[in-house]
Design a binder for this molecule. Structure first.
Ligand code: ATP
Ligand code: MG
Length: 325
């Protein structure tokens, strides 16, 4: 992303793709060899790079847009968090964080989070696009009191048993998984739990015709591989996989359409208008009027909106009305 300002042009690099491994043990051994790595919780929200530009905080999404909604929240946190101190120390850097809670992009809501938006820093991207070493990031984040993703510490392949225990705990808590990173942050892999894949299947089946089919088949394979690698109770996972399917399609009973629900909280109605302009470019949105509300002592507007998944809405309606294929 380029930020043009007068004659200067600043570059904000992409957040790189993180490679997935389908087998934890083999994946870790192959990727890290005998080297050390850090394991962190993989959180399920949306990726944001926070940058300071001319004393203003900007929140940039993975797609390279300055998101008015996220930017408004980040700016409102300037009193609570020491972003300025961070950017004085690391000018030209970007703070990479997962944003979760009430948001317009990822409808999976972690119930344990408070109303509104929350964020968890997981990387510091330097002006040349490389990341700060992991341990240095941990100390800066904790020194400045910024919220960070949970770290499980440093490992080698020899600690695989302990790492597997952590993954099983994450799976039991329906958490998404792990991101494992080389200490100098020059390479990372991700591994996702079966519980997270099951939840995705159940929630997204009703959007089937709008999502590439690989989304579903890849998750089905991942669930089976997870059960094998962690020698889990096959009967239990047969039941849970079936339940995800049957529950997911239960949304076809009394079917009105394939809607995905979002709630957001803005400080001004203009922020919602700006956000709407962005999302309406690629999605069909049915929204309610903003309603004034108070959260944590802040006067906010609450907007609920539904994203209509067009192809699924059309196709399921045909199927349910008995149309032949
Ligand atoms: P990609 O595979 O290209 O990275 P994706 O949208 O498929 O993109 P995910 O499967 O969600 O991504 O996994 C990568 C994303 O996980 C990161 O872009 C980041 O937003 C998120 N993430 C959550 N927790 C962490 C963490 N601890 N470290 C790094 N990234 C994290
Ligand atoms: Mg993600």
């Amino acid at each position: 992303m380029f930020i043009h300002s007068g004659r200067t042009r600043r570059v904000v690099s992409d957040y790189p793709h993180i490679f997935r491994v389908y087998r934890l043990s083999e994946g870790v051994e192959r990727f890290f060899g005998s080297g050390t790595f850090f394991a962190e919780e993989k959180m399920d929200g949306y990726n944001v790079r926070i940058r300071r530009h001319k004393k203003q905080m900007l929140a940039i999404t993975r797609g390279g847009l300055i998101c008015p909604y996220t930017t408004e929240w980040v700016q409102s946190w300037c009193g609570r968090y020491r972003f300025d101190e961070f950017f004085n120390r690391y000018p030209g850097s970007a703070l990479c964080a997962e944003f979760l809670g009430d948001n317009p992009y990822n409808s999976k809501r972690d119930r344990s989070l408070p109303p509104g938006l929350s964020f968890f820093c997981f990387d510091i991207m330097q002006p040349d696009g490389t990341f700060l070493p992991v341990e240095e990031r941990y100390s800066v984040i904790s020194e400045l009191g910024l919220p960070g993703v949970r770290s499980f510490g440093m490992f080698t392949f020899g600690d695989i048993k302990r790492l597997k225990e952590i993954v099983l705990d994450l799976n039991a808590g329906c958490r998404e998984g792990l991101v494992m990173k080389k200490p100098r942050s020059d390479g990372a892999i991700k591994f996702v739990t079966a519980a997270s894949d099951l939840a995705d299947l159940e929630q997204f089946l009703v959007f089937f015709y709008d999502i590439e089919p690989g989304f579903y088949t890849n998750r089905l394979m991942r669930i089976a591989l997870f059960v094998q690698e962690f020698t889990l109770d096959r009967e239990e996972y047969m039941r849970r996989t079936g339940a995800a399917l049957i529950n997911g399609y239960s949304r076809l009973e009394n079917y009105a359409g394939s809607f995905e629900d979002f709630t957001i909280y803005t400080r001004t109605v203009e922020t919602w208008d700006l956000l709407k302009q962005i999302i309406l470019k690629h999605v069909d949105v049915v929204s309610e009027e903003p309603r004034s509300t108070v959260i944590d002592g802040m006067q906010l507007f609450r907007v609920s909106f539904r994203r209509r998944h067009k192809k699924s809405s059309g196709r399921f309606r045909e199927i349910l009305s008995g149309q032949k294929e």
